[in-house]
Design a protein around this ligand. Structure first.
Ligand SMILES: NC(=O)C1=CN([C@@H]2O[C@H](COP(=O)(O)OP(=O)(O)OC[C@H]3O[C@@H](n4cnc5c(N)ncnc54)[C@H](OP(=O)(O)O)[C@@H]3O)[C@@H](O)[C@H]2O)C=CC1
Ligand SMILES: O=C(CO)COP(=O)(O)O
Length: 337
């Protein structure tokens, strides 16, 4: 297994920057690409990214540029840290610049609208690489906490275990503990679906509901994501791990979660447009993924009632209270049916 020393991170938002810090603190040489030249300059010259992680000092070994060709030169691993719904367009612009043997690392948690593809499927299609060259990062990883050096674990999923191990070696440090996994489908679905469940938990909080409701949504959310995973060949154990329960607990309970915060705003009576305006340009993936995941599930005949409810609240103007009442009023069933 070749050691990965030079890593490029494409995307300088919250998680891209925090993950670059993880890599830098693990002793890797990191070059970031930022869409805005002023963000690249601030990272390069002041070791700060005040747009996304104010007050966090970045390691000196991280540099940055707004030129993708310069960023990708000599990279042994390339971390893709842009929103799910723009990944296809972003990657299409970069695909000719990717070093052919570089391991591609996906941070995005979503399912593409229209194609209903997982992020690793989009990457394989656009970069024309085998799935064994793509490592998916998932788990309870709220960017700000990681950037502050608070301990957390993650899963690195890849069908090629050596490539997962290479990224594990490159990212392991005193506060970040990555585990490997070969269940790419389960890890990606866990990461995408939990954003939608976090929306529902936020919504419940916005409606003034308490811990029992949150725990019910987390547990039944886990049941519906595991049903989808089973249909798509995921390992059921994955949903009991960091990319399932782990990420659900973190995202559904933390005020740092953009998805949970977004849901809370809707629960308090804000419109979709008002909630979108309040995100400050940061992505709440569940708002779009509720639609793609719902469509994916419907095509496979999988029942995902919470996801369906979130789609109807976000995109069909259904009142959150009514969506909640309808969820409770569905026909009675066995817990595991
Ligand atoms: N934040 C977190 O805690 C975690 C996030 N994730 C996942 O990682 C992925 C990236 O998230 P995160 O870094 O937080 O996202 P942010 O919204 O914080 O940042 C997005 C980054 O992508 C850039 N970008 C490039 N092209 C586009 C485009 N066409 N539209 C919008 N943005 C673009 C943005 O540039 P610009 O600044 O110029 O807008 C910005 O640098 C998401 O899928 C998210 O779910 C996963 C785990 C944790
Ligand atoms: O994926 C995350 C934590 O693991 C981040 O969640 P948010 O995008 O909701 O902030």
């Amino acid at each position: 297994m070749a050691e990965v020393q030079r890593v490029t991170v494409l995307g300088a938002g919250s998680w891209g920057t925090a993950f670059a810090k993880v890599l830098g603190d693990a002793g890797r040489d990191v070059t970031m690409w930022a869409r805005r030249p002023e963000v690249a300059a601030e990272i390069r010259e002041r070791h700060l990214n005040s747009s996304y992680l104010p007050g966090i000092e970045l390691p000196e070994r991280i540099t940055a540029t707004a030129d993708p060709a310069e960023a990708l030169d000599g990279a042994q691993a390339v971390v893709l840290a842009v929103p799910s719904q723009t990944l296809r367009t972003n990657l299409s612009e970069w695909s000719g610049l990717l070093p052919p043997d570089a391991i591609l690392v996906s941070l995005a948690k979503g399912v593409e609208l229209g194609t209903l593809k997982r992020m690793s499927e989009v990457i394989a299609e656009i970069a024309r690489v085998d799935d064994g060259q793509i490592v998916v990062v998932s788990g309870p990883n709220l960017a700000k906490e990681i950037a502050l050096g608070q301990p957390a674990a993650a899963v690195l999923a890849c069908t090629d275990h050596d490539n997962a191990k290479a990224i594990q070696q490159a990212s392991f440090n005193q506060y970040f503990r990555p585990y490997t996994n070969t269940d790419v489908v389960g890890c990606e679905l866990g990461g995408a679906c939990k954003n939608v469940i976090a929306l529902s938990c936020g919504m419940a909080a916005g409606l003034g509901l308490g811990t029992n409701t949150t725990a019910t949504l987390i547990t039944r959310g886990l049941a519906e994501m595991a049903r989808l995973g089973a249909k798509l060949g995921a390992d059921p154990l994955t949903f009991a791990g960091l990319a399932g329960v782990g990420d659900l607990v973190a995202t559904c309970s933390s005020p740092l979660s953009r998805n949970r915060t977004f849901g809370e705003r809707l629960g308090r009576g804000e419109t979709l447009e008002q909630a979108l305006a309040a995100t400050g340009g940061q992505v709440a993936e569940g708002v779009k993924s509720c639609t793609s995941i719902r469509e994916l599930a419907m095509g496979l005949g999988v029942d995902m009632p919470i996801t369906d409810a979130m789609h109807r609240v976000c995109h069909e103007g259904v009142d959150p209270r009514r969506a909640g009442a309808e969820l409770l009023g569905r026909s009675q069933k066995h817990e595991w049916s």
